[in-house]
Design a protein around this ligand. Structure first.
Ligand code: NAD
Length: 341
């Protein structure tokens, strides 16, 4: 750790600007963290398309070495080619390499942001290492392909334990396991069996189960009744975006990928190719992800300051990016946030 005059000890962390709008929103987060008194020594590393174009690999060794050393990262979104034969998802590879088994995405209504709902406060807990993201796909015969859904008792128990521990720690009342075990009787059946087993060890937390299609409907009818959502990888990914829509969209929802030793923080959103380079991206999702990072490394005061400034900014309503119905640019939002700090 480095000490800078008057700033205390700096915690090393890996910074991955990412692709698309990544560098724009990551730059904003770095400025805001510094302005809030966060003490982080960033080690900037390329990944994804940016790395592929520069050094011929999407996951360069120095990136992995940096995360191994710092154990914590802030990451912009990375572009993954849709279909075709391009490199596999770097996000999936990073989650597997560092066994970042828990993807945590807090979804909260923000005062001042107009949406169809208010009072939403739930957490998506998504298993991050297996399911249809195993990447095992093959062609059986021309015109016939198979994708393999891998569910293990070990990973299912581990994520269920994580969800119940989080519920206990955050004084939340209910964990709802979301599944499709009526159709995928073996795989989702195993996931549910593990969740039920873990639930028995947590009698103070209420446990419920919902089939994923019904869960989606309930979420858009009565989102306030949800608390902790426990999901496999694919359902977790899809339901996260649905939940983001409940509170104002992807520009506001942060996330963490947590393992036993390493953690990578990132927004739920992707590279937003439609608005790249236009100074239109909402930086708040990445900024709120950096709040989670600061808490993770024990810098609670800086984290609290940023969180309060974000609330004030949204309440003021004068500096909002287009996704929230405003006309402010990424830089204008960042400047106002820094002023509020
Ligand atoms: P996306 O999240 O990039 O964009 C969906 C919509 O939300 C777009 O209209 C976009 O403009 C808007 N949006 C997203 N973030 C925003 C922000 N901060 N401010 C304002 N508007 C925002 O999803 P997509 O278009 O399906 O995916 C694009 C690429 O991103 C793909 O290559 C995908 O693989 C990748 N992706 C990466 C990650 C990650 O790195 N964690 C996550 C999701 C998608």
């Amino acid at each position: 750790m480095k000490a800078r005059k008057g700033r205390g000890v700096e915690r090393p962390a890996t910074l991955i600007p990412g692709d698309g709008i990544g560098p724009e929103v990551i730059d904003a987060a770095v400025e805001v963290i510094a302005a809030a008194g966060g003490r982080i020594a960033w080690d900037v590393q390329l990944a994804g398309k940016a790395a592929f174009e520069k050094v011929g690999t999407a996951i360069p060794e120095p990136l992995l070495a940096s995360i191994r050393r710092t154990r914590v990262g802030l990451k912009g979104p990375l572009e993954t080619e849709i279909g075709g034969v391009g490199y596999r998802s770097v996000n999936v590879a990073l989650r597997k390499t560092f066994d970042l088994f828990a993807n945590v995405r807090p979804i909260r209504s923000h005062p001042g942001v107009r949406t169809a709902f208010s009072g939403v406060d739930l957490v998506v807990v998504r298993e991050n290492t297996e399911d249809l993201y195993s990447g095992i796909e093959h062609t059986i015969a021309p015109g016939v392909v198979e994708s393999v859904k891998v569910i293990t008792a070990r990973a299912s128990r581990r994520i269920a334990r994580f969800a119940f521990d989080l519920a206990r720690r955050e004084h939340r009342r209910t964990v709802v396991a979301i599944h499709k075990a009526n159709i995928m009787k073996l795989s989702d059946g195993l996931f549910l069996a593990c969740a039920r087993q873990v639930a028995k060890g947590h009698p103070r937390v209420r446990y419920r189960e919902l089939i994923v299609d019904n869960a989606c409907m309930q979420l858009v009818l009565r989102p306030q009744t949800f608390d902790v959502l426990l999901l496999e990888n694919l359902y977790g990914d899809i339901v996260s975006d649905l939940c983001a829509g409940l509170v104002g969209g992807l520009g506001l929802v942060p996330g963490a990928n947590l393992g036993a030793r390493h953690a990578i923080f990132e927004a739920v959103h992707g590279t937003a190719p439609d608005i790249v380079g236009k100074n239109l991206a909402n930086p708040l999702a990445v900024i709120l992800s950096s709040v989670m990072l600061l808490r993770h490394v024990g810098q609670r005061r800086a984290a609290g300051r940023i969180e309060r400034a974000v609330t004030r900014l949204l309440r003021e309503g004068r500096h909002r990016t287009r996704d929230l119905g405003g006309t402010a640019t990424t830089s204008a939002v960042t400047r106002r946030l820094i002023a509020l700090l």
